[in-house]
Structures are given as C-alpha cells and as structure tokens.
Design a protein around this ligand. Structure first.
Ligand code: AMP
Ligand code: MG
Length: 316
C-alpha cells in the first residue's frame, strides 16, 4: 500500500471519511486515526500497529459539542475538568454512548475521550465527519512518535495517509483521568499535572496509590511500553555513575555522566518531555546499547517523565 504524505488536513480527513487510516499530529504525540464508525478501518489500525485487541483506543473530538455522541454520562467532576482543560492534553474515561462500538473500547463500557489543542489536529478533526479513534502512531511497544518522520519509519506502507506537521510540542502521551467510577483516578500522568488536576477536583488520586496490588484500570498499562532496543539504567542526580561500555548514552537535566558517547542535557522538564522519545529513537539508530536516564522528582511534569522512564526500563 502507498502511504499518501500530505500537508492538507482536509485531504487527510477525506481519506479517513472514506474508511482510511490516517496518522495526524497532536500536541502530545502523533496519533493514528480511524472513524469510530468504520469497523474495517478500526481492525486495520490495530493490525498496522501490532496493537493487542484488548487495548482500547482514545476517541478524539473536535468540539465539546461532540461529547454526547461519545459519552453517555458526564458527572460533575468530569464537567469541571472539561471546562478547565479541553481542548488540551487530557483524556477522560467516561461511560460510553451505546453508539461507540466495542471494537473501539476493547469491550469496555467506558470510553477515553480527548479534544486536542494542536491547530492542525483540530482542523483535521473538524473535516472528519465523525469522532476519530486514535492510539499513538507507532509500532506497538516502541516509543511513541513525536515527529512525522518517525511515524513514516514505523508505519509507511501500512497506513493510507500521514498528515505532516511540526514535532509534537509536549512529546509525552496525554494525562488520563478515569471519571467513570465513584472516585476520579489518575490512570496515566501527562502534561496536565496531578497538581493542576487537583486544583480543579481536589480528591483526584493516583490509581497506583489507591490500590497498588490491583491490575491497572487502563488495559494498555500492562503492556511493555516506550522501550527502545537499548537497555535503560535509571539514576538520580545524587548517584555517581560509572559508565560500563563505550556505546552508552545519557539523558537528563544535570551534567552528563563521564564516558557516554551521546548525551542530551535538558534545560527544564518541558524540554526533557519533548526530547525523551526522540532521544530513545536516536540512540537505537546509533546502535547505543545502554541509555542512562536521570529520574526527575515526582512532581509536576516530572511525574509523567518518571512514569515513562520506569516503564521503558521495565521495572514495573
Ligand atoms: P495510546 O493511545 O497508545 O497512548 O494508549 C491509550 C491508553 O488509554 C492505553 O493505555 C489504554 O489502555 C487507555 N484507555 C483507552 N480507553 C480506555 C478506557 N475506556 N478505560 C481505561 N483506559 C483506557
Ligand atoms: Mg501508545
């Protein structure tokens, strides 16, 4: 199959509307979209990524006017979060509208909904005549794609079209909050921080803190994720790192450990988030065998970066 590269959101949406699968930019990471009403496109999307069928897709909307088409019930907490953070890098898990197929929600009665802020994403979703189901546009298990070139590397020939734009401004997947149960829970940390969420809905808690023994409520979180081919070693600014071999790299915010052949020193957490997955992919392209990653403290955007690093290292 030939993948059509385009800069036209309208053209990309036309391909999606006729049953195609289309990668598109968002402020978090690039997404791979299909109409929720095209079952064949949805199953092609799972196949193109190699995504397990029990991992539900986030549904993307252009306007909050589309919410009733996707969600059956929007409680008081969800309403507050929508008013404050939509459009933006926040996904809410809500009770699903019966019209949303179970292939999209992987059999769940709930659905993940997001309204992205990236202007090209919004234009694409506006021209799409339907809510768009979209996981991250990467091969399953690899780090998410934060540029169109990375999407092309992973998925060229497997998808109908790729809508090009600048690299994703955030570089980490959306924050996910489950508002479908009795208490709002943070399922995945992201650029909308726990502190920001709690300033609007004070009793939001991290799901891992509520019950660490339970399997994650977000089915996708049980799969290995974000992992480069290189092995990951985590460290903190206080550790003294002895770099073991010559094909090592490092990423963090303090001075790089002596002896690494490739490194990225980020000025702040925003830059760390933007650069992380791009750096993982660069290390793989350069044949790096070990990446030393500095763990930021567990607050603000640091919580999301830590989460991705810990998963990439396979220690949870
Ligand atoms: P991705 O789009 O690849 O970033 O992954 C989306 C994440 O959202 C995965 O971890 C999914 O398991 C999670 N997700 C999507 N829909 C739901 C839902 N209805 N309930 C819980 N988690 C969900
Ligand atoms: Mg993903």
């Amino acid at each position: 199959m030939k993948t059509i590269l385009t800069d036209s959101a309208e053209k990309a949406a036309r391909i999606l509307n006729s049953g195609g699968i289309v990668a598109f930019p968002t402020e978090t990471v690039y997404g791979l979209g299909a109409s929720i009403y095209h079952p064949e496109a949805i199953s092609r999307l799972f196949r193109a990524k190699g995504r397990p069928m029990d991992n539900p897709l986030i549904v993307h909307i252009y306007s909050i006017d589309q919410l009733p088409e996707v969600a059956a019930e929007i409680n008081a907490e969800a309403t507050k979060l929508i008013e404050r953070f939509f459009p933006g890098p926040l996904t809410l898990i809500l009770k699903k509208n019966p019209g949303v197929p179970y292939t999209v929600t992987a059999g769940l009665e709930s659905v993940g909904v997001r309204c992205p802020a990236n202007p090209v994403a919004r234009e694409f979703l506006r021209f799409s005549q339907c809510p768009v189901a979209a996981p991250s546009a990467n091969l399953s298990g690899l780090p998410s794609a934060t540029s169109w070139e990375t999407v092309f590397e992973d998925l060229a020939g497997k998808i109908d079209s790729l809508l090009r734009d600048k690299p994703s401004s955030i570089g980490l997947e959306s924050t996910i909050v489950d508002c479908s149960g009795p208490k709002p829970l943070l399922l995945r940390a992201g650029a909308i921080t726990l502190e920001q969420l709690q300033s609007v809905v004070p009793d939001i808690m991290e799901s891992t803190v509520v019950d660490p023994a339970k399997p994650p409520k977000s089915p996708g979180l049980k799969y290995p994720h974000y992992a480069p081919k290189a092995s990951i070693v985590l460290y903190t600014a206080q550790d003294n790192i002895a770099v073991g071999n010559s094909s090592s790299a490092s990423i963090g915010m303090s001075e790089a450990p002596a002896g690494v052949s490739l490194f990225k020193v980020c000025q702040n957490l925003d830059e760390y988030g933007q650069e992380l997955f791009r750096f993982f992919r660069l290390c793989d392209a350069e044949g790096i065998s070990t990446i030393y990653c500095e763990l930021p403290s567990n607050e603000g955007l640091g919580r999301a970066i830590r989460d991705r690093l810990i998963r990439a290292a396979g220690v949870c």
